[in-house]
Design a protein around this ligand. Structure first.
Ligand code: SF4
Length: 239
């Protein structure tokens, strides 16, 4: 995890029970979760040990901005340095997911061209409305590694209009966590998986969420088993 800034604003249905707000409330922070601020990890990939070796070796994968949104407005003046660090660590891979794909163009560095080879971008679509809004934009942008994150999945989502295996590396589906989570219907997951199979796009069921409806029955799944239970379903597809 590399979280150069922390804090966010809720912008769509998928944000309702955002874990950033939940965890800040649970652990208590001096500032509210919607105050976006730089963290002490701002230059994390460049850190060196006492012998001046880089702490993170070549090949490290950094999951970027998982307690904020990489494309949030407040970070506009800080992002140029992050792009610079990503260029300096061309030996590492970086990945971020966003609900603000409509801001990507104005956030890209001048030398982005068709995309940096070491950067993957995941576009989150939690329902059909957001898929219809975000997916056409996402597919039209210059990105070398594109992933679609259908999480928290709130309803059946039809992505078939955009499932181009030459452009999408993987579609990943998951439920919502937490006490107030909205249930995930396993039928929606299977339906999305079938769309991916039909279009030869890889599919991954990454977690069940707290409440899973299967064959008309509601299952409660504690946090520690949400990933393993999804893996047990054994429905991932390698396109
Ligand atoms: S965009 Fe992501 S981090 Fe921001 S409020 Fe929504 S779910 Fe939370």
């Amino acid at each position: 995890m590399w979280n150069p800034w922390h804090g966010c604003h809720k912008i769509s249905q998928g944000c309702r029970h955002c874990y950033v707000f939940r965890e800040d409330a649970a652990f208590g922070t001096a500032l509210s979760s919607d105050t976006v601020r730089k963290t002490s990890s701002f230059e994390l990939p460049l850190r060196r040990d006492r012998k001046q070796n880089l702490k993170f070796p070549a090949g490290t994968e950094f999951a970027l901005c998982f307690t904020s949104d990489f494309l949030i407005e407040e970070a506009d003046e800080w992002r140029a340095r992050i792009w610079e660090i990503i260029r300096l660590r061309a030996d590492c891979r970086f990945f971020f997911i966003t609900k603000r794909i409509d801001r990507l163009v104005r956030c890209l560095p001048p030398d982005w061209h068709e995309g940096y080879d070491n950067v993957a971008i995941g576009c989150t679509v939690e329902n059909q409305k957001m898929a219809d809004y975000r997916m056409p934009l996402f597919m039209s942008l210059p990105i070398r590694h594109r992933l679609v994150i259908v999480a928290p999945m709130l309803e059946r989502v039809d992505l078939s209009a955009w499932l181009d295996p030459a452009k999408i590396e993987c579609v990943s589906a998951g439920g919502e966590s937490g006490k107030y989570a909205r249930p995930l219907d396993y039928g929606w997951v299977l339906d999305l998986r079938q769309q991916c199979i039909n279009h030869r796009v890889s599919f991954n069921f990454h977690q069940t969420g707290s409440y899973l409806v299967k064959d008309g029955r509601l299952y409660t799944i504690t946090r520690q088993y949400q990933h393993s239970q999804a893996a047990k379903a054994n429905i991932n597809f390698d396109g």
